[in-house]
Design a protein around this ligand. Structure first.
Ligand code: GDP
Length: 444
């Protein structure tokens, strides 16, 4: 995950000061030296680091902090607040035009993830905000770009407006917006051309599109893995075009995180979304305070809850709970449950959002094997209806058939059946305990 090194170092530093009943100015100085090094090592812009350390130091040596009953805790709170502020303070929301469609221009260098992010953003707008977006293929230079966007559109069942590569991007944008008005789309996302470097021809073309479409948002898509380069790119795009927001991609990768911490401060442009993977649902609104908590090891429970709310069918969850309680849980229900959990995203990413998760030894190296889950699903899917409802009828010829059907071994089939049996036993015991407790009137 991004920020791993920074998170580790900052957490070690604050660990030292956390429980201290008495903190001196020298302690604060020592701590700030470590914070400074941690930030520089994470590739945070030099000037940003200097300002940050200065602000935190000034607040930390304030009389009321050092004299308070919990100076260590107070200092951690200050670091958390300043880190949040550095990344933009409040979450920056996406614009809504009162004369639809809302027009969003997606700009950025080649390979930053512009086309992918356009698809992801359209998907998010529809899923989370109930909007009807239209994608516009205006990158006529990269040979595969139009095709790529059309493929994404098909995959998402999202309309893509394209006029091929012989019409100018400005004209494509003009016709696209007219069409969007006609068809009542509320968002238009224009995927513009990228280049390998910032160059004048590109900027002039983008300025022309801006002039014509009067976009409500101009989002720069930058690759977080490129560190300080991302900050420089953001600065020059901002000077030329006037950005309204930045989307930082590839934060799921092994980036040190410096870009996320510097961009807002250097360019005064808020980070609006972060890309957390290649899949179409791997885009999250950026919440500075949650990111600060993640970096300081305080967890990101809010994002976890939101993911659960967006992806888990509540009716189904209630039904499952009822079944567990009455111990009438079948292999089919088990399959359902696995499916629901999987919808939340990669399991190791989820675990890392838990408070204190990176202090649990071994968790960082833990690779939850998603394949294992897929194997379990394959085995259950190879069973007949009868077998799923009554696993006790399972004999060796049935097991062999299931193993062959799912491409797994008989031993794996046995292991799954045993686990399922154990689980049911446990559910029975638990519901038994609940019944007893209810009679005694002790359990809720
Ligand atoms: P464009 O040239 O800016 O349009 O870039 P593309 O959209 O073609 O993306 C370039 C590559 O980056 C593709 O392989 C994407 O799958 C990948 N990519 C984009 N966003 C993310 C992200 O958030 N995480 C990861 N891991 N890969 C990403």
């Amino acid at each position: 995950m991004a920020f791993e090194g920074l998170a580790d170092r900052l957490q070690n530093t604050i660990q030292k000061i956390r429980g201290k009943g008495k903190v001196t100015e020298a302690d604060v100085k020592e701590m700030m030296r470590e914070v400074r090094l941690a930030l520089l090592e994470a590739d945070v812009n030099f000037k940003v680091v200097k300002d940050f350390v200065k602000k935190v130091s000034e607040r930390a040596v304030g009389q009321e902090v050092l004299k308070s009953l919990t100076p260590g805790q107070q200092i951690i709170k200050i670091v958390n607040e300043e880190l949040t502020e550095l990344m933009g303070g409040e979450q920056s929301k996406i614009a809504v035009s009162n004369r639809p469609p809302t027009v969003i221009m997606m700009v950025g260098l080649q390979g930053a993830g512009k086309t992918t992010t356009s698809g992801k953003l359209a998907n998010l707008l529809r899923k989370k905000y109930n909007k009807q977006p239209m994608l516009v293929a205006a990158d006529i230079y990269r040979p595969a770009a139009i095709k790529q966007l059309e493929t994404l559109g098909k995959q998402l069942s999202m309309p893509v407006f394209s006029l091929g590569d012989q019409v100018s991007p400005v004209e494509i944008a003009r016709q696209a917006i007219a069409k969007a008005k006609e068809e009542h789309h509320d968002y238009v996302l224009i995927d513009t051309a990228g280049r390998l470097h910032v160059d004048e021809t590109l900027m002039n073309e983008l300025k022309d599109i801006k002039e014509l479409t009067k976009p409500d948002e101009i989002f720069l898509v930058v690759d977080a893995m490129t560190g300080q380069d991302a900050v420089n790119v953001a600065q020059s795009f901002n000077e030329q075009l006037g950005l309204t927001g930045v989307v930082l991609t590839k934060l799921d990768g092994d980036t040190r995180g410096g870009a996320a911490l510097s961009i807002r401060s250097v360019t005064q442009t808020p980070i609006k979304f972060i890309g957390m993977g290649e899949k179409m649902d791997a885009l999250e609104p950026f919440h500075p305070e949650r990111m600060a908590s993640r970096i300081l090891g305080m967890g990101d429970v809010l994002t976890l809850i939101e993911k659960a709310q967006a992806n888990i069918d509540e009716e189904k969850a209630k039904e499952l709970e009822q079944k567990m309680r009455t111990a009438s849980f079948t292999l089919d229900d088990f399959l359902d449950q696995l499916g629901q959990v999987r919808k939340l995203g990669p399991l190791d990413e989820l675990l890392k959002m838990m408070p204190g998760a990176n202090k649990i030894k071994g968790l960082n190296n833990l690779q939850i094997d998603e394949k294992q889950i897929a194997h379990v699903e394959a085995i259950i899917r190879s069973m007949t209806k009868q077998e799923k409802l009554h696993p006790e009828i399972m004999n060796s010829s049935r097991k062999r058939r299931i193993a062959a059907g799912s491409g797994r071994t008989v031993a794996e089939v046995n292991r799954l059946l045993k686990q399922f049996e154990d689980m049911k036993k446990m559910m029975k015991q638990m519901s038994g305990m609940q019944q007893k407790a209810k009679k005694k009137g002790g359990f809720k």
